[in-house]
Ligand binder design. Structure first.
Ligand SMILES: [Zn+2]
Ligand SMILES: [Zn+2]
Length: 106
């Protein structure tokens, strides 16, 4: 498996949860860089195009909007229990999330 193949596959995965996105409903992760940063300490600007997916799936989009909402009301967010997927550089040996089949634990 080539790095480019990885890049092609992650184009359809969610940056946050690692699940397959439906491209039409996915949003660019840049829309949520504040939520990534304040909620999870993830700096989107430091993402690597060859490691990290570019989009966020619809259910995570909703999650981020909820975070944004409660932040704008000055509330502490209650929904930080979601754990972001950790992305690693693709190597031949290690099993990569892009090789995982539907139903595998992420
Ligand atoms: Zn991969
Ligand atoms: Zn997601």
């Amino acid at each position: 498996m080539e790095v480019n193949e990885h890049k092609r596959k992650i184009a359809n995965l969610c940056r946050f949860c690692g699940k397959t996105t439906k491209l039409k409903s996915a949003k660019a992760k840049g829309n949520f860089k504040n939520e990534f940063a304040t909620g999870y300490g993830i700096v989107i600007e430091e993402d690597n195009d060859f490691i990290h997916p570019p989009c966020v799936c619809l259910s995570c989009v909703r999650h981020f909007y909820r975070l944004r909402d409660s932040a704008s009301r000055g509330e502490l967010t209650s929904s930080l229990s979601n754990t972001p997927c950790s992305w690693k550089p693709h190597t031949e040996e290690s099993s990569c999330i892009c090789n995982k089949k539907k139903g595998d634990q992420v």
